[in-house]
Design a protein around this ligand. Structure first.
Ligand SMILES: C[S@@+](CC[C@H](N)C(=O)[O-])C[C@H]1O[C@@H](n2cnc3c(N)ncnc32)[C@H](O)[C@@H]1O
Length: 321
């Protein structure tokens, strides 16, 4: 399997990331005639390769480009995709670099794209990556280790009002001002370096609740560190430019703001005649899946079909309506 050289980082299979809405994604990207579908599918958030391996198994004539910004996570994907290696290319990179990567691959026929947004449970559950408010680690949260700014940089250097806005807008935290004030007071004594120091401060400030009181603040910090809003927009722009007529885009979001952005993209695309939305409302996981895969409970899937004015073989075949 062709891959970037800097994806080597060992790592045993100590944990599993169960792909969410996997059957729905395969159905959405495979269309009515999955066995006949030919071209490239781009899994731009490859993670451990759970969706990608299911897509490759169900769609025997497609090739898959798998992209992820996290070199550690790509090790899991390479193992999962080994049985399909002749049909797979794996690249380390961000959604915002996808177009440049597609250029180098000469992938002229992109028939499907998947963005399964946010962090993988392999990242969230690893204390040293600094995403968790339940186990102690450095206050880091970078999915791409080449990024310079960590969560600690934001917590220790942003103005109080900017912190409050971040927690409110990116985390939906309605008590954002109290948290921001407490952070600024506390960091005067000592800067924050560890996840639990921040989580404990938030718990002391807000009191315990059913949901851990640091949940929304940590989500907001993760989104800012990884520029998740900007990355999504870059990914959508890549789908707009690279997808063939009849090609399908599937996006799984875990954040209402993100889902609203995807909805807007398809609505505006329909108004221009560039896209046809296949999901008026986002698809959610079945009760069974929610019972066995916690992460699926907040998953929202939207799917759209690219429409280009001169119709292609894919559309004429009628399999992608
Ligand atoms: C939810 S996981 C994907 C899981 C995957 N679908 C699977 O079945 O194993 C999200 C992955 O996307 C990656 N990711 C998030 N934002 C990204 C971006 N802007 N560019 C590239 N990779 C990104 C993360 O590093 C993480 O591995």
């Amino acid at each position: 399997m062709e891959r970037d050289s800097d994806t080597t980082n060992g790592g045993a299979d100590r944990s599993v990331h169960e792909p969410v809405l996997a059957a729905e994604v395969v159905r959405a990207l495979g269309g009515e005639e999955p066995a006949a579908l030919e071209g490239w599918i781009v899994d731009a958030t490859l993670g451990a390769g759970g969706h990608a391996s299911r897509l490759l198994a169900a769609l025997p004539n497609v090739r898959l480009l798998g992209l992820d910004q996290d070199p550690q996570i790509l090790q899991y994907a390479l193992r999962a995709l080994a049985p399909f290696e002749r049909r797979v290319r794996v690249r380390r990179g961000r959604l915002s670099q996808l177009e440049a990567i597609l250029d180098t691959l000469n992938a002229s026929r992109v028939v499907g794209m998947l963005f399964d947004l946010g962090a993988s449970s392999l990242q969230l559950d690893s204390a040293v990556r600094g995403f968790s408010f339940q186990s102690d680690g450095p206050l880091d949260m970078r999915m791409d280790p080449e990024r310079e700014r960590t969560a600690a940089d934001i917590v220790n250097h942003w103005d109080e009002s900017d912190l409050a806005d971040l927690f409110f807008y990116e985390g939906g935290e309605t008590r954002s001002r109290r948290i921001a004030r407490a952070i600024v007071e506390s960091r005067r004594r000592a800067p924050f370096q560890r996840t639990l120091a921040l989580a404990d401060l938030i718990e002391r400030t807000l009191g315990a609740g059913k949901l851990h009181p640091a949940t929304r603040t940590f989500q907001a910090l993760r989104r800012a560190v990884n520029e998740e809003g900007e990355e999504l927009l870059a990914g959508l722009a890549a789908a707009q430019r690279w997808m063939v007529d009849g090609g399908r885009l599937a996006v799984i979001s875990f954040h209402s703001g993100e889902d609203a952005e995807v909805k807007r993209f398809f609505v505006e695309g329909e108004q221009r005649g560039d896209w046809r939305a296949l999901t008026r409302r986002p698809t959610t996981a079945t009760r069974d899946e929610q019972a066995t895969n916690r992460r699926s409970r907040s998953a929202l899937l939207r799917v759209g079909v690219r429409v280009r004015r001169s119709s292609s073989a894919l559309e004429r075949r009628g399999g992608l309506a």
